[in-house]
Unconditional design. Sequence first.
Length: 261
Amino acid sequence: MITLKAIIVDDEEFARSSLFFLLQQNCPQVEITGIAKSVNEAKEILAHHPINLIFLDIAMPGSNGFELIPDAQKHQAAVIFTTAYDQYALKAIKANALDYLLKPIDIDELKTAVDKVSEHLKRYQYQNESDERIVNLASSLNTKSEIRKLTLPYGQGFKMIDVDDIIYIEADSNYSVVHFADQDKITVSKVLREFEELLPSDQFVRVHKSSIINLNHLKEYNSKNGLQVFLKNGESINISRRRASDFFEKIKLFIKAGSDH
């Protein structure tokens, strides 16, 4: 078993002590090397100890968890973000495929997150989150704007995409196949419901239990052979009866938004 030398970074005393207790009781592979209540304290610990895992609170008074990222990358330490419930923050974290734990921390989710880091270290040296993923997340949280970029797990790494480049997404059991405007496509381990939650709802609509389309790539729709949409890449997709009214409502709003600009 690989030993994970970890630090906990959180400004709240209860959050620090409860996570420390949970790790001691449930994650024997984790050795807590230090506990910090600020980014500066965490930097001091990193400077003097070999650390390969950081449990990092995002929002802390006087400092931001992201300020620690350059030090984490320098020391090749994995980062698991910890955050109180904030719908937008969770959406931004998921969109960038970053590991997180929602406060109050669930024991099973904690074990899963730690096992994931352990497995990664076993297979190959940990490659820290790329700068772009962190920059995307920080930018999203600062502006609270809609998600415009996604980071999708792909092969042994990640593929960063602009949501405008997606034509449609189709379900494939517990996976999804994402089709792009350049005719490329990738299979990712996310179900359609996850994409529904992440993608801008005024631009993407689920037209079938197995399909989500990007209205920017819609060419036409008709009911000649059952209700169908035709996309700009030449493909056609069926619209299910139960989703037809939602589709037409989205079309109305999409057209109206376009005429307002």
